[in-house]
Design a protein around this ligand. Structure first.
Ligand code: SF4
Length: 66
């Protein structure tokens, strides 16, 4: 996989964010899907945390929100 198609270049990647107030280095949230896990009924779901160099088959370099 080319580095140009990694999470850090993907339109769905939100850099330096990880479901907490803490700022993370070389990682962030994948916003392709909604939060997928909800550990307890009263807790919120969590967005997947990926590293900047991760990748997947949903990579997009051209997403635009309507
Ligand atoms: S996991 Fe896939 S969709 Fe999510 S930010 Fe990375 S390349 Fe994009």
């Amino acid at each position: 996989m080319s580095n140009s198609a990694s999470c850090k270049a993907c339109s769905f990647y939100e850099d330096h964010v990880a479901n907490t107030a803490k700022v993370v280095e070389s990682a962030g949230l994948c916003r392709f899907n909604p939060p997928v896990s909800q550990p307890e009924a009263n807790s919120r779901g969590l967005w997947p945390v990926v590293t900047a160099n991760d990748w997947c088959g949903h990579f997009s370099g051209s997403f635009s929100a309507a």
